[in-house]
Design a protein around this ligand. Structure first.
Ligand code: GDP
Ligand code: IMO
Ligand code: MG
Length: 422
């Protein structure tokens, strides 16, 4: 029996979906602990591209069941869409999705508040407008709706009607038509009746299965630098994607985790606003974007691209306690003559290797780069580590030394079999 966690080590979209899919072959449960439909986890099975937003990626392995933990903010309407998408692909969802009783629920009101707030501030954060922040606000304000509320539709309707009044009175919905929210609520209640049977005591389920020796995979969403506590605040999401979120978001003690894998891209990307020290605006940036096909899996927005940030990656390894790293999208660097890696930040004429010391002024730092020769050979068909071009192996070794963490998985393409383990 083993418990493994998969956590985004940068600003999200590192390839968590692909790595979870790869690792879930002999796993009985895949569980998510935070975030919601802001996530977009892409898995390719042959030619078939599947993007999952809320359902853990383990649903694609037929022997796997999934848990949506209490730390998540769950959108019932989005969940029904996702279940329909899977059913159309002949993937069974019945008895394979389990929603914790105390999971927070995103309603159309929360999505509208998110939209209204972003519109009023000219997209201050650049959120996904999936209602994530407003739902967590209600959770921490102790007025949230939780999954067990879905089991009593009459009292649910009363709570929602009251919440809508509060939103109107507090001017949380400026520019949003109330009648459109009421229409969305009709669809919401339909979705609620469809997903209510999936709500159960997942805490007992999870712990019983662990006791029975079942392998468990914990699937993070977003990434370390988007963490509400440890990320580039305020340009973050409203949850804890870092490993600490597992304990609170699933009721799974961190001491139970055997293997804690950081998913880290061979370069860096970011969607939405906020500081990004190694961001590129030149041809190299365009090349990373084009070859890497860097467009958001949830919103379709172009992802900002830049070189590998060794300072951010090292911080991520420290804060999460990664026992290993899975390096993804190495193949995207195949055609670069030279590759740069940020090894220090410069600020006010001084240099630092400490991200937290400059987190509050990260937009002022200048990256100091080390230049590494490229390998200029395709890697996408390599099956064993030793077959990788020497310079690719050197690049991997260099990043591993910077992060002081072993890189044990290397991903060299979007498909299931384009992966090297060592
Ligand atoms: P996630 O949110 O961390 O699951 O990542 P996304 O799915 O949002 O974005 C990662 C994108 O990169 C997806 O389109 C994946 O299919 C793709 N991908 C993952 N790993 C690799 C890789 O090693 N090479 C290439 N070329 N694409 C990859
Ligand atoms: P996955 O799981 C990349 C970003 C948004 C925005 C900020 C806040 O696919 O890696 P939110 O809607 O959460 O309030 O938006 O966080 N963001 C992500 N960026 N990948 C994600 O998820 C993200 N989820 C949220 O773009 O900048
Ligand atoms: Mg994504």
């Amino acid at each position: 029996m083993a418990i493994t966690s998969v956590i985004g080590g940068q600003w999200g979209d590192e390839g968590k979906g692909k790595i979870v899919d790869f690792l879930s072959e002999n796993v009985g449960i895949v569980a998510r602990y935070q975030g919601g439909a802001n996530a977009g986890h892409t898995v390719y099975i042959g030619e078939q591209k599947i993007v999952l937003h809320q359902i853990p990626s383990g649903i694609l392995r037929q022997d796997c069941i999934t848990i949506m933990g209490n730390g998540m903010v769950l959108d019932p309407v989005g969940l029904v869409d996702e279940m329909n998408m899977l059913n159309n692909l002949n993937i069974e969802t019945k008895n394979r999705i389990h929603i914790a009783l105390n999971t927070s629920i995103v309603t159309p009101i929360h999505k509208a508040i998110d939209r209204a707030s972003e519109t009023a501030t000219n997209n201050r954060i650049g959120t996904t407008c999936k209602g994530i922040g407003p739902t967590y606000v209600d959770k921490y304000n102790r007025v949230g709706i939780r999954a067990f509320d879905l089991l009593n539709i009459k009292s649910l309707k009363e709570k929602i009607t009251a919440r809508l009044k509060v939103a109107e009175n507090n001017n949380e919905l400026i520019g949003i038509s109330i009648s459109s929210i009421k229409l969305e609520l009709e669809e919401f209640y339909k979705a609620v009746t469809q997903i209510a049977p999936y709500v159960k005591d997942t805490f007992t389920l999870l712990h019983e299965q662990i006791k029975n020796g079942v392998n468990v995979l914990v699937e993070g969403a977003q990434g370390t630098l988007l963490d509400i506590d440890h990320g580039t605040y305020p340009f973050v999401t409203s949850s804890n994607p870092t490993s600490g979120g597992i304990t609170t978001g699933l009721g799974l003690p961190i001491s139970k985790i055997d293997r804690n894998i950081g998913i880290i891209k061979a370069y860096t990307t970011r969607v939405g606003k906020g500081p990004f020290p190694t961001e590129l605006f030149d041809d190299d940036g365009k090349q990373l974007s084009n070859i890497g096909n860097e467009f958001g899996a949830t919103t379709g927005r172009p992802r900002r691209c830049g070189w590998f940030d060794g300072i951010a990656a090292k911080y991520s390894c420290q804060i999460n306690g990664f026992t290993e790293v899975a390096l993804t999208k190495l193949d995207i660097l195949d055609t670069f003559e030279e590759i740069k890696v940020c090894v220090e930040y410069e600020i006010n004429g001084k240099t630092t290797k400490s991200l937290p010391s400059v987190m509050h002024r990260l937009d002022e730092v200048k990256p100091i780069y080390e230049t590494i020769p490229g390998w200029n050979k395709p890697t996408c068909e390599v099956e064993h580590f030793n077959e990788l071009p020497l310079r690719a192996k050197e690049y991997i070794g260099y990043l591993s030394d910077l992060m002081e963490t072993p890189i044990k998985i290397i991903s060299i393409g979007p498909e299931r079999n384009q992966i090297i383990s060592r």
